[in-house]
Design a protein around this ligand. Structure first.
Ligand SMILES: Cc1cc2nc3c(=O)[nH]c(=O)nc-3n(C[C@H](O)[C@H](O)[C@H](O)COP(=O)(O)OP(=O)(O)OC[C@H]3O[C@@H](n4cnc5c(N)ncnc54)[C@H](O)[C@@H]3O)c2cc1C
Length: 360
C-alpha cells in the first residue's frame, strides 16, 4: 500500500502527529506493535497542568485519575515542598483517546504490526502483522519515527540492534496500596545514595500509588531490584504504603537530550527524538508537542511540495535544545557528587527544576 505519511509508534508522540495530519486532511497510516493502545502502562503518569494547552483533558475525564497540588522532595535530611499542580493520568485511557481522535479524523490505524525495516532509498517500510505473521509493506512520502525510547532506527532508515539514545535511566515501578486513607495531594521524589544517578518516586493514584526508582546505567552497576527493594522497605517502614504489590512495570527513559531530528523525508518525535527531561524523566507533554508540530510541518510540506523538515528541526530545537542540554549537563556534573545524604541535601536545589537555584 502507499500513504502520504507513515508513522511508526502510536504513543502520545505518534498519535498526536497522526491527529494533526488528519485534521489537515493528509492521508496517514499509524502503526503500533501493541494489541491494546497504551497498554501495558510503562509510566508513573504525572503531567503538569499545562497539558491542557495541547490535549483538552476536560473532554476525557476518565483519563484523569487524580489531581495533585504539590511536589515534595525528600533528601533523607530534609523535605522540601513546592507547588506542583498536575494530574496523575490513567495513561492507557489518555493514549487511547489521542489515537481514537486521530482515527475519527481519518487516520488509518494498524495495530499489532511490527515494523522491522525501513528501506529509505525506496521510501518503504517493511513489517509483519503479529496476529497472522503476514508481511506488510507501506510506501510513504514522509516517514515519522515515534517508536519511543527503545527506537532502533537511524535517520537513514537503518535498523541497528541496540539503542539509539546515548544514555538511559533504567526504571522499574510497582503499584502499591497507600496507607493514608485520605490519599495524597502531592507527588514525592526521594534522593538516596542507594538510588544512584536517579531518584525514587511515590505518585498517588487514589487509594494506590505508583512507586518506583530509576537509575542511570551503565554509570552505576547497582542492580535495579536491590535499589527498588531498599526503597520499598524504606517507605513501608515510614507507613506510607502497604506490603502488597498489585502490579509491576519497567522501562527506559532517554536522558542525554535531543538527537538529530530529521534527514531527507524522515523525522523523529517524542522519546525517539530524545525529548524526555534528563533530570525529571518527564516526556509525555513534550511527546505531544513534538508530534503536533511535526504533523503540521509534514502537512505543509505535502501541500506545498517543499520539504519543511529543517524548519521542524529548527522550531523543536528552539523550544527544547537549551533546557534539555542544561539539564543533561547538570546530570553529568552534579550526580557524581551526590554520594551521601549531606551532599544530596547540599546539591539538590541546583539539580531539581522546582527550586529557583536550578535556574541560576
Ligand atoms: C517507568 C517510567 C515512568 C515514566 N513516568 C513519566 C511521568 O510520570 N511523566 C512523564 O511525563 N513521563 C514519564 N515517562 C516518560 C514517558 O512515558 C515517555 O516520555 C512517553 O511515553 C513518550 O511518548 P512516545 O510517544 O515518544 O513513546 P511511547 O509512549 O514509548 O510510544 C512508542 C510506541 O511505539 C511502538 N513501537 C515501538 N517500536 C515499534 C515498531 N518497530 N513497530 C511498531 N510499533 C513500535 C510501541 O509499542 C509504543 O506504543 C516515564 C517513563 C518510564 C519508563
Amino acid at each position: 500500500m502507499r500513504t502520504a505519511a507513515a508513522i511508526i509508534g502510536a504513543g502520545p508522540a505518534g498519535a498526536s502527529c497522526a491527529y494533526s495530519l488528519s485534521l489537515k486532511g493528509i492521508e496517514n497510516v499509524l502503526i503500533d506493535k501493541r494489541k491494546i493502545i497504551g497498554f501495558p502502562v510503562q509510566c508513573a503518569e504525572l503531567v503538569s497542568r499545562n497539558i491542557n494547552q495541547f490535549v483538552n483533558l476536560a473532554e476525557i475525564p476518565s483519563a484523569i485519575n487524580q489531581k495533585v497540588s504539590f511536589m515534595d522532595i525528600d533528601t533523607g535530611k530534609n523535605l522540601y515542598r513546592s507547588e506542583g499542580k498536575g494530574y496523575i493520568l490513567n495513561r492507557d485511557v489518555f493514549d487511547d483517546y489521542i489515537v481514537k481522535s486521530a482515527v475519527k479524523a481519518g487516520t488509518n490505524l494498524f495495530k499489532q504490526t511490527n515494523i522491522l525495516k525501513i528501506n529509505a532509498d525506496e521510501n518503504k517500510i517493511i513489517g509483519v502483522r503479529i496476529a497472522d505473521n503476514k508481511p506488510i509493506e507501506i510506501n510513504y512520502d514522509y516517514l515519522i519515527i515515534a517508536s519511543g525510547p527503545k527506537n532502533s532506527f537511524d535517520l537513514r532508515g537503518n535498523f541497528k540492534q541496540g539503542l539509539k539514545n546515548k544514555s538511559y535511566i533504567f526504571a522499574t515501578q510497582v503499584r502499591a496500596g497507600l496507607l493514608k486513607e485520605e490519599g495524597l495531594d502531592s507527588t514525592i521524589c526521594y534522593f538516596r545514595p542507594y538510588i544512584p544517578y536517579g531518584y525514587g518516586w511515590v505518585f498517588p493514584k487514589g487509594k494506590f500509588a505508583n512507586v518506583g526508582i530509576g537509575i542511570e546505567k551503565p554509570r552505576t552497576y547497582m542492580p535495579l531490584s536491590s535499589s527498588l527493594n531498599n526503597f520499598l522497605n524504606e517507605i513501608r517502614n515510614k507507613g506510607l504504603i502497604g506490603s502488597k504489590i498489585y502490579g509491576k512495570t519497567s522501562g527506559l527513559v532517554p536522558v542525554s537530550g535531543l538527537n538529530n531530528l530529521y534527514s531527507g523525508n524522515i523525522a523523529l518525535c517524542g522519546d525517539a527524538a530524545g525529548l524526555t527531561h534528563p533530570i525529571t524523566g518527564a516526556g509525555i507533554v513534550s511527546a505531544v508537542i513534538s508530534g503536533n508540530l511535526l504533523g503540521g510541518y509534514v502537512a505543509e510540506s505535502l501541500k506545498t511540495s517543499k520539504n519543511l523538515l529543517e524548519e521542524y528541526g529548527d522550531e523543536l530545537e528552539s523550544i527544547f535544545k537549551k533546557p534539555l542540554s542544561a539539564a543533561a549537563k547538570k546530570r553529568y556534573e552534579l550526580y557524581p557528587q551526590m554520594t551521601g545524604a549531606d551532599n544530596i541535601d547540599k546539591l539538590i536545589k541546583r539539580l531539581w527544576p522546582s527550586f529557583e537555584e536550578y535556574y541560576e
